[in-house]
Write a protein that binds this ligand. Structure first.
Ligand code: GLU
Length: 305
């Protein structure tokens, strides 16, 4: 018997929802529900400074209002430090973790990425001598922790973007699994949580496509299963600039003022992204009847209008 599909909503509670978040949640919901699956709600509040309790409540109310239901959760990343610490120890026991003293400024000075390009860590702290390490420790600043990668191709078949391959050494470099403020890094937390919450289907914006090989690498090291991935086009305000919480015309409040009903908002988003043939109002349930990922294939952006 095929096991049940489990999708997820994974909002970061750093602001109110906007059209891009609604679109990602809608597709996650449609992918899971079209296969008789469940949705898990996980609040990604790793960043304690930027996560605000009022947004945690608001995001849940917003999903409910939009008819984007979840079956399990909410789970909170702030409750999960023990699980992240255990995964961290497993990686450290393999001899793959080292302290990194580089500041953001050091990293940018070492390799200035072109706009939109990922910064490749040059391995500075991996190669420190014992004396250099002691000197850096003397500064009193707590180091971050990086995971060593090797010269290995990681490849997977994305349900929207097709085959995607990265050589972690060349395209990414050793990456952070714990920040210098000692918070566990997104890549580690998301992999541990997806596995613990039984997530089999990850739907998210194509801006995270380049993170997925890191997550697959972590799953391999930790002996965790690989979910199916679908990286959907980004809604953009203008070419190459994704909608953000600053684009007030795409915020949920403005959308409600403009479209009046949740169905009209969902129908508009479904229409402009090609999920539905028209922009007519439609509930999430109604959108299920015509749902297919085909219309999204290979696209990386959709102009918000
Ligand atoms: N929390 C992230 C966001 O709101 C999503 C991370 C993920 O889907 O892996 O953009």
């Amino acid at each position: 018997m095929e096991s049940k599909v489990v999708g997820r909503f994974a909002p970061s509670p750093t602001g109110r929802m906007h059209a891009g978040n609604i679109y990602a949640a809608l597709v996650a919901w449609l992918v899971a529900k079209s296969q008789g699956g469940d949705i898990v709600l996980r609040i990604e509040d790793l960043d304690r400074e930027r996560s605000k309790p009022r947004f945690i409540d608001a995001v849940q109310r917003d999903f409910e209002m939009l008819g984007l239901t979840w079956d399990r959760g909410p789970f909170f990343q702030h409750d999960r430090d023990d699980a992240y610490a255990e995964a961290f120890r497993t990686l450290a026991d393999k001899g793959l973790v080292y302290p990194c003293y580089c500041t953001r400024a050091d990293l940018h000075a070492a390799s200035a990425p072109h706009r939109g390009e990922k910064l490749v860590y040059p391995g500075t702290c991996r190669h420190l001598s014992a004396e250099e390490r002691t000197a850096r420790e003397a500064s009193g600043r707590k180091p971050a922790s990086r995971l060593m990668v090797d010269d290995e191709e990681i490849s997977f078949l994305d349900a929207v973007q097709g085959r995607y391959t990265q050589n972690l050494e060349r395209d990414c470099g050793d990456f952070l699994i714990r920040r210098s403020d000692q918070a566990f890094a997104y890549q580690l937390a998301v992999v541990v949580d997806d596995a613990a919450q039984g997530v089999t289907s990850v739907v998210r914006g194509v801006d995270l496509l380049c993170s997925t090989p890191q997550q697959i690498y972590l799953q391999n090291l930790l002996g965790l299963p690989h979910p199916e991935y679908a990286h959907i086009p980004l809604l953009v305000a203008e070419e190459n600039r994704r909608l953000s919480k600053r684009d007030h015309d795409a915020s949920l409040e403005t959308l409600l003022a403009r479209f009046k009903t949740p169905e009209a908002i969902l129908g508009h988003i479904a229409g402009i992204t090609g999920l539905a043939p028209t922009c007519d109002p439609a509930s999430a349930d109604e959108l299920l009847s015509c749902f297919s990922l085909d219309a999204l294939h290979g696209r990386i952006q959709v102009k918000w209008e």
